[in-house]
Structure formats: structure tokens, C-alpha cells
Design a protein around this ligand. Structure first.
Ligand SMILES: C[S@@+](CC[C@H](N)C(=O)[O-])C[C@H]1O[C@@H](n2cnc3c(N)ncnc32)[C@H](O)[C@@H]1O
Length: 215
């Protein structure tokens, strides 16, 4: 493939849908790390490749990250989405990223040195504790890829309740998932979401957006 065509393809499809020949060293290392994470715990990680650049940009828009001051990411994995969120966010904003996998958490600590980023190791069920520990206000946006379809239902319900409790009226919860289970857990708390598909991703995912009512 010629250089111009390669860069057009890269812009269109993003890092995770390209042949390995187009990945830079950092992306290749992240992809291998991600695959290892999937091998360690397939149900928890829920995907074999990180999200595409296309999907990252859709999440940035849906969550309105360029206007946000306090953002939470649930399940940052190897940090591709986290880096994209930080690029879109204001210099004075903060991003709390909560990851359950110890290896991913360690990798994030070394690969993303950004003073706006706060990393926590643990389950998203502990969202309120982590916000309080860092004296963060109610988030403007929470973005999540944790797998609501494979987590025990009691865990999914506790995460959904914690998200609804943490948000202020007008703030957003954006979940991107292969399956639709997340809506069954979150809608009883936050009502009906806006639903879209992002097809330029492996695999294509649904993007659900809730805006907390009660302005
Ligand atoms: C599919 S990966 C998403 C990675 C990255 N955000 C992306 O889109 O490429 C899902 C991540 O959620 C994490 N995870 C699963 N259950 C979790 C929980 N209860 N709390 C926090 N993170 C969790 C997994 O360890 C994994 O890193």
C-alpha cells in the first residue's frame, strides 16, 4: 500500500482494525498487552483488541469531553481510549480511570504520565469511594466499556446504581458494548438512552448515551 493510501486508511479505520504492519511500536505493545489481558481473563476484558480511533472520537463527542471538568473512565484497559480522552479534555480537567486488572493498571501508570489522570485499581462498584478519596465533584461524564453482559448481575446492578448516584443532573453516562445488557441495568435508574452503532471497530459496538434528568 502506498504511503498516502496507508495514512488515509489509518485515519478512516483507526489502530485496531489495521494490519500489524501499520502499528507503531507503542500501539503494537499495547495490542499485545491487551491480548494477554484477554487470555488472562476473557470474560472480564470482553474484547481481543482495543477500541478503534473512530470509536474513540465518537465517545469523545457523545460524552462532550472537551467541555467536561471531571470525567470518569470505567475499564481503561491498556489506555488507548484514556489517551484519546485526555487529548480531547481541557488542561484543567481531571480524569479518574478505574481498572480492575492489576497488570493493565500497572501498565497505565507507566505509559500515560499526565498530571490530569488519576488511576485507581479496583471495581467500578467503588466509584463513590474513589471520587471521595480524591475530593472530586460529581462527574460531568462517565464513559464505560466494562462488560455488563458477562459480569454477575448483582455486580452489574451495583455498578449501574453507583453511576446513577454519582452523576449530577445534566451529566452523561456513555457505555459502548457489543451486547445490549447494559441498558437493562442502567435504564431503571437513568431512563431510556440514545442508541447508536459504531461499525468502524472490531467488533462493531452499540453506543448508549444517558443524560441524567432533573436540571
Ligand atoms: C474491553 S476492555 C476496554 C479497554 C479500553 N477502554 C478500550 O475501549 O479499548 C474492558 C476493560 O474493563 C475492565 N473491567 C472489567 N470489569 C471491571 C470492573 N468491574 N471495574 C473496573 N474495570 C473493569 C477490564 O479489566 C478491561 O480492562
Amino acid at each position: 500500500m502506498k504511503a498516502g493510501a496507508r495514512s488515509r486508511a489509518k485515519r478512516q479505520f483507526g489502530q485496531s482494525t489495521l494490519p500489524l504492519g501499520n502499528l507503531d511500536v507503542g500501539q503494537l505493545r499495547d495490542s499485545i498487552q491487551f491480548l494477554r489481558g484477554f487470555a488472562r481473563n476473557p470474560a472480564q476484558v470482553g474484547s481481543v483488541v482495543p477500541s478503534s480511533r473512530h470509536l474513540e472520537q465518537r465517545l469523545v463527542r457523545e460524552a462532550r469531553l472537551s467541555e467536561a471538568r471531571t470525567v470518569v473512565e470505567l475499564g481503561p484497559g491498556t489506555g488507548g481510549t484514556t489517551a484519546a480522552f485526555l487529548r480531547a479534555m481541557s488542561p484543567v480537567a481531571r480524569l479518574l480511570a478505574i481498572e480492575l486488572d492489576r497488570e493493565f493498571h500497572r501498565h497505565l501508570g507507566t505509559s500515560l504520565p499526565d498530571p490530569r489522570l488519576i488511576l485507581e485499581l479496583g471495581s467500578a462498584e467503588r466509584l463513590a469511594d474513589f471520587l471521595a478519596a480524591h475530593r472530586l465533584p460529581a462527574p460531568d461524564a462517565i464513559v464505560s466499556r466494562i462488560p455488563f453482559s458477562t459480569m454477575p448481575p448483582a455486580v452489574s446492578d451495583r455498578v449501574a446504581a453507583a453511576i446513577a448516584q454519582a452523576l449530577r443532573p445534566g451529566s452523561r453516562f456513555v457505555a459502548y458494548q457489543v451486547r445490549a445488557h447494559v441498558a437493562g441495568f442502567v435504564s431503571p435508574y437513568l431512563g431510556e438512552p440514545d442508541k447508536q452503532w459504531e461499525v468502524v471497530n472490531v467488533p462493531p459496538v452499540r453506543v448508549f448515551t444517558w443524560v441524567k434528568a432533573g436540571h
